[in-house]
Ligand binder design. Structure first.
Ligand code: ZN
Length: 265
């Protein structure tokens, strides 16, 4: 069995401040270590379920947060980026049996995490087909598009609750809860135990039943905090300015949506 993992940092246990997510700050080291611990736990659960190969995409900021020396030997790690439209899910393709999303966080505008955002801090709100759109929405759909079922999501409680029903086999582990600027976390070791158990359980399901049908049409709409961003991003091919701070694109090809992400978000 081959498993793909995409890992972020704002949804791991205890991260609360932007400084903790910024590699130039002293408080970052503990957060990066916990990110590695949670990815390691997911890998161990996957291996217990029979995984022989695990590809991990380090998907936070520069993509240089995880320490592969602490991960199992069947792991390969993708660091940084190459400009490919799949960004946070780069590396996923039809050769994988399942995808897992570790340390993911609530979407821009949501109260579920003090670090809520969608891809950057420019958007006030991102909507896909009318629904609030998180990074999990965007990149789990990339896996689904590549016929790889998303089976595990770990992160803040609001994100987990919102998405629990998005895919037939999706298991979730909420490691913290956000309210305003505050977080309330479970113990980091308990988080890892739960992630390991959920990863194993997720992969011992009938993986042939894990995909959803992709929508036939996508309406991708972004409302920015600053009106100037809306005006400037409206020149990206396919988008139109539809409000003072809002741009919209419609397409039948999901790759158009994710290709736009790294330019307009
Ligand atoms: Zn991040």
């Amino acid at each position: 069995m081959r498993v793909f993992i995409s890992a972020d940092i704002e949804g791991i246990t205890t991260t609360t401040l932007w400084e903790e997510c910024n590699r130039t700050q002293a408080v970052y080291a503990a957060a990066a270590q916990q990110m590695t611990n949670e990815v390691k736990a997911a890998c161990e659960g996957a291996i217990a379920a029979g995984a022989e190969f695990i590809l991990v995409k380090d998907a936070h900021a520069s993509g240089t947060n995880l320490d592969i020396r602490q991960l199992p030997r069947c792991v390969e790690l993708i660091r940084s980026g190459c400009g490919h439209p799949y960004t946070m899910a780069y590396g996923v393709d039809q050769g994988f049996d399942a995808a897992m999303f570790i340390g993911y966080h609530s979407a821009a505008g949501r109260n579920g995490n003090p670090l809520s955002h969608t891809f950057s801090q420019k958007p006030f709100e991102v909507r896909l087909n009318g629904q609030l759109c998180s990074e999990f929405t965007l990149f789990s759909l990339v896996a689904n598009y590549e016929k790889v079922p998303p089976v595990l999501l770990t992160g803040d409680k609001a994100l987990c609750e919102e998405n629990a029903g998005m895919y037939p086999l999706l298991k979730t582990v909420a490691v913290k809860e956000g309210f305003g600027s505050m977080t309330r976390s479970i113990h980091p070791e308990l988080a890892c135990e739960r992630i390991k158990a959920a990863a194993q359980a997720a992969l011992t399901q009938d993986l042939s039943k894990g995909l959803i049908q992709m929508p036939e049409k996508f309406v991708f709409e972004i409302t920015y905090k600053e009106h100037a961003n809306a005006v400037s991003m409206s020149y990206y091919p396919g988008f139109a300015l539809v409000g003072e701070r809002t741009i919209r694109m419609e397409t039948s090809d999901y790759v158009d949506v994710v290709r736009a992400v790294k330019f307009v978000l």
